[in-house]
Design a protein. Sequence first.
Length: 241
Amino acid sequence: MKRVFLMYVLFLFATAELQAANAPAGKETGSWGGEAELGYVQTSGNTDTTSINARIDLLKRHGPWKHEVEITALRSSDQGMTTADSVSARYRAQYGLTEIDYLFGSLRVEDNRFAGFDRRLTEVLGYGRTVIHTEAHTLSLEAGVGARQTDNVDGTQNDETIIRLALDYAWQITETSSFKENIFVEQGSDNRLTESVTELKLRINGNLSMKTTLTIKDNSHVPVGTENTDVTTAVTLVYDF
């Protein structure tokens, strides 16, 4: 029931934006932009390993609305055996109340059997505030409530209400380099998920950049035989559009 209610509110977010998009000419309009990145590593000889990770992040602004769609995938193998295999997709709608205050709704689905679950669906509604906004630095803080449904690899299921706290920081170091840090905690009755994503991006030429990313994910409760913390370091080529 909680999931149905949250998805209904997210639907209202999207419907309201579509109505704004159909407003009379002269209103501010926006188009989709974003970035696509790809990383690949293969070794052979004494060791035979392969790792590939991909991500696409789409962003659209329309008046007070901001929409984001993100899809990520990671697959690794060692000596022919799969050691990592995860896919996630996220949709987020944000509505600006003022220049610094906003409401948001997000829907995220993940599949990562090596982290102990076959599928996890998370819905969140919340409020955010940009507490620092300069030419070089931006810092936003968020708080929200939602629901999470998890299908574990051991056949059990968890359905819980969650509280989400998040921090999003961006630093434009120079015209060609930037740093980002995103941290969130989602606390539920069965599990606490903490995730930190640290990025350093250097523009090579035109729309092409190189990015180094450190991702740390920690689940407080996992099935027996599964590690609580996953750490991923990635170096990727990024195309901005």
